[in-house]
Design a protein around this ligand. Structure first.
Ligand SMILES: C[C@](O)(CO)[C@H](O)COP(=O)(O)OP(=O)(O)OC[C@H]1O[C@@H](n2ccc(N)nc2=O)[C@H](O)[C@@H]1O
Ligand SMILES: Nc1ncnc2c1ncn2[C@@H]1O[C@H](COP(=O)(O)OP(=O)(O)OP(=O)(O)O)[C@@H](O)[C@H]1O
Length: 307
């Protein structure tokens, strides 16, 4: 048998970063949106208990340091292994990943594959675990993994893993332009730069901005564009100063808002319509400021079985 799962990328519409915690993570208050840039994970069970992975990349090629591991460092393999250990499964699985989410781009591509592997292996091994049970395992795999199971719009607390669907009343569908950089950025390095830039100053407890929530409730792209925020942006720009020109170009081409995605270096632009998105995409592509430009829509569902 084979079970295939489609899983979206995420954008942080707002990302407030608090102080570093004792466990090395930072407390976060973020609003996630899932967008229709999808990876696919196909799981095929095998009798010998082994877990293997292959990766077919459709994402733009990035630097050597961004290569996706095909051993037990791969987050999809870790997810399958955790599920197997937790449930005492004797079978193994072959995982085939089709990647369209940029690697080390701040759009949670690895976390997405982990979420997809949980759903695919749950089906493939006939475990019948509920979404809530999978959600609990997801928190152990990474800060973004629970949101990729959830999808839609959601608030993330804790280190990002405490997902609450408080935005059930949010409306609207949004047009994004995503500019992908040639070489990825390491998430821990960006958090490290955030700490360095604080230079020992007191960092406030993070909170979700009210103007962002009200923009989502209203479904108003102009309001949402003005309310986008990212506390990691200064750190990402400090490590990659050239991203500022990309942000400026997108704004000049009519973006309602322009922001570094999560820990970067992907930048995202909110457009008023698909046609306006195309104008922004053309302007970015013509200026050759990034490796690739794609358009995306959000919000969309989280990790879902498609077979
Ligand atoms: C930047 C975001 O994508 C925003 O959604 C996430 O915070 C990062 O999520 P992620 O890639 O799933 O991160 P994890 O695998 O949990 O953590 C990777 C590393 O990033 C840093 N990290 C991550 C999350 C967090 N709240 N504080 C941190 O300081 C830590 O150095 C950690 O060791
Ligand atoms: N399935 C996977 N897909 C992509 N990267 C993976 C995967 N498994 C492990 N990795 C490793 O994780 C690193 C970060 O990859 P990822 O694409 O998740 O970054 P990111 O999008 O910046 O993450 P985030 O937005 O969660 O901070 C990669 O450089 C790679 O070595």
């Amino acid at each position: 048998m084979t079970s295939t799962v489609r899983v979206p990328a995420k954008i942080n519409l707002s990302l407030a970063v608090g102080p570093a915690r004792d466990d090395g993570y930072h407390s976060l208050a973020t609003v996630y949106q899932a967008v229709d840039l999808h990876d696919e994970v196909r799981a095929t069970s095998r009798d010998d208990g082994r877990i293997t992975v292959t990766v077919h990349s459709e994402a733009p090629s990035t630097g050597e340091s961004d290569e996706v591991p095909v051993d037990d460092r791969n987050l999809a393999v870790r997810a399958a292994d955790l599920l197997r250990e937790t449930m005492g499964v004797e079978e193994g699985v072959d995982l085939a990943i089709r990647k369209a989410i940029p690697v080390a781009g701040g759009m949670a591509g690895g976390s997405a594959d982990a979420a997809a592997a949980l759903v695919a292996c749950n089906a493939e091994w006939g475990l019948g675990m509920s979404r809530d049970e999978l959600q609990e395992l997801a928190t152990r795999l990474g800060s973004d993994v629970p949101f990729l199971l959830h999808g839609g719009n959601a608030v993330g607390g804790g280190r990002g893993e405490l997902v609450s669907p408080v935005l059930a009343r949010s409306r609207g569908s949004y047009h994004w332009v995503v500019a992908i950089a040639a070489v990825g950025l390491s998430t821990p390095a960006v958090f490290g730069e955030f700490d360095r830039l604080q230079d020992g100053a007191d960092v406030e407890e993070p909170r979700v901005p009210d103007d962002l929530l009200s923009a989502l409730r209203a479904g108003d792209p102009a309001e949402l564009g003005a309310a986008l925020s990212n506390d990691l942006q200064a750190a990402a720009l400090s490590l990659r100063p050239e991203l500022q020109a990309t942000l400026d170009l997108g704004r000049d081409a009519g973006a309602l808002g322009a922001i570094v995605s999560g820990s970067g270096p992907t930048t995202v632009f909110l457009a008023g319509s698909e046609a306006e998105g195309l104008d922004i995409a053309f302007a970015l592509a013509a200026a050759q400021v990034c490796a690739d430009v794609v358009q995306a829509r959000g919000p969309v569902a989280g990790a879902r079985l498609i077979t």
